[in-house]
Write a protein that binds this ligand. Structure first.
Ligand code: HEC
Ligand code: HEC
Length: 399
């Protein structure tokens, strides 16, 4: 064969390969787009949501819910809540659902610093992980809501997130679907759709996003249930590095557990809990920190959070999955977060006392080994049941 023929055969081959590649890529993206079903795909018998394991005991979820959503909870109402959570019809232009920014595989957080709401509008803050909301007294990065119930309808009517304008608009839109009247009937005994019932069912689902099956939880179990205070007990299934990381996490030198506290690794924001101020009676009192603290991210904050650069002390459960980190998603990795605590803490006037010595900022100066150990401990808080169980998954996608 002549050189030029070989060349044209080669060119033809490359062309064909490119066409095949483009074609298969199109088919793939098409199949992603068309794999969303118009109606939810639900099991004939609802999943079990009501019984949950708490502290090694089987409990009824209603005993744990501490707000007014503690009513009419059933497997059917949670199922309705699951459908609502993942339904793009709750947004003004049918593009966004709660699940767009709170993704199951990512511990119900998002993997971008700012999430995209309807019509490509960008949220000013990083989407938050959702789990164990029943143990959460203060919600959002600035703690402006006190319970999942208070929060539920906020994103639907928030103009950046989902853009719904009136209650009536939402109610009649859902009533016009083939599936909601029946789902509301199953859940609440009537097919009349109201904003309050939407909020109630959605809150029931959010409250059932339980995360108690991480390596850490498994290691804390004994023959008679939970074996005690995590600061005192060494989980039997931990590696040497994880044990070392746990020691550092609970140490007086680092104080991580004094803010990311208790078995939920979240703010001690109960009355007398250090970040709980004067308690529930006084929640609008601005001197009540409501579980927030300033950790010296900036000298001058663009977003002041609860005030003076104080932001919610978030739970660290599933933290390995929920990056980027902080209220504005400024840190990509856990190593970046630890570098902040190690040598990035700024001497802000409202910096938390735990990060000060003699009145000035005192960075923690971690060694590389200490960072590695802390990260390996944080990785034990990942719960694959939460991130893979079909009962928490998107019902509009065939699994
Ligand atoms: C466009 C993205 C987006 C959508 C859609 C969205 N969220 Fe969020 N969510 C966020 C962001 C961002 C935050 C933090 C907001 C803040 O602090 O001001 C948040 C915070 C939360 C929190 C607080 C968690 C905590 O620990 O404090 C819950 C719960 C929550 N959202 C539930 C929902 C529900 C339920 C829906 C659907 C009705 C929803 N979200 C829709 C982005 C979104
Ligand atoms: C004074 C209380 C306090 C202490 C002590 C503390 N933290 Fe935090 N932590 C916070 C607050 C508040 C935030 C959120 C700050 C923000 O977004 O502005 C946070 C955020 C984080 C995050 C990112 C969470 C997310 O969802 O984006 C991680 C990871 C973390 N801390 C780990 C640690 C570790 C490890 C230690 C110990 C070395 C520690 N923290 C000590 C209060 C504290």
């Amino acid at each position: 064969m002549k050189n030029s023929t070989i060349l044209s055969v080669k060119v033809l081959f490359i062309l064909c390969a490119t066409v095949v590649m483009i074609f298969s890529a199109c088919k793939k993206s098409q199949s992603v787009a068309t794999s969303r079903s118009e109606t939810p795909i639900l099991p004939s018998t609802p999943f079990e949501y009501i019984s949950v394991e708490e502290g090694g005991q089987i409990m009824d979820i209603t005993e744990l819910i501490h707000d007014e959503s503690n009513t009419m909870v059933s497997n059917q109402s949670v199922t309705l809540g699951r459908v609502l959570f993942y339904d793009t019809k709750l947004s003004i232009n049918n593009t966004i659902s709660c699940g767009s920014c709170h993704k199951q595989a990512l511990g119900f957080a998002d993997n971008v610093a700012a999430s995209i709401g309807f019509s490509d509008r960008v949220t000013p803050r990083n989407s938050m992980a959702i789990q164990n909301a029943v143990h959460n007294n203060n919600m959002f990065w600035d703690s402006r809501a006190q319970s999942p119930m208070e929060l539920s309808m906020m994103p639907v009517f928030n103009h950046l997130e989902m853009g719904m304008e009136t209650d009536q608009m939402l109610e009649s839109k859902l009533a016009a679907t083939a599936y909601y009247p029946e789902l509301f009937f199953q859940a609440f005994g009537s097919n009349v759709i109201t904003k309050d019932k939407i909020a109630l069912a959605m809150t029931h689902f959010v409250n059932c996003l339980f995360s108690k099956q991480s390596k850490f939880d498994e290691g804390m179990k004994g023959p008679f249930g939970k074996i005690g205070d995590p600061s005192q007990v060494t989980p039997t299934n931990f590696t040497a590095l994880e044990i070392e990381g746990k020691k550092l996490f609970f140490s007086e030198a680092f104080k991580c557990s004094q803010c990311h506290a208790g078995s939920n690794f979240s703010a001690p924001d109960f009355v007398g809990g250090g970040y709980g101020g004067s308690g529930f009676g006084n929640d609008n009192d601005p001197s009540n920190p409501r579980g927030t603290a300033n950790i010296g991210l900036d000298f001058v904050y663009k977003d002041n959070g609860r005030g003076a650069g104080k932001f919610k002390i978030p739970s660290l459960r599933n933290i390995a999955l929920t990056g980027p980190y902080m209220h504005d998603g400024r840190f990509k990795t856990l190593n970046d977060v630890l570098n902040h605590y190690s040598h990035g803490i700024k001497n802000h006037p409202s910096l938390d006392e735990k990060f000060k010595a003699n009145g000035v900022a005192k960075p923690l100066n971690m060694s590389e080994g200490e960072k590695m150990a802390l990260i390996s401990f944080l990785n034990t808080l990942t719960d694959r049941n939460l991130t893979t169980n079909p009962k928490f998954s998107d019902p509009f996608v065939a699994h």
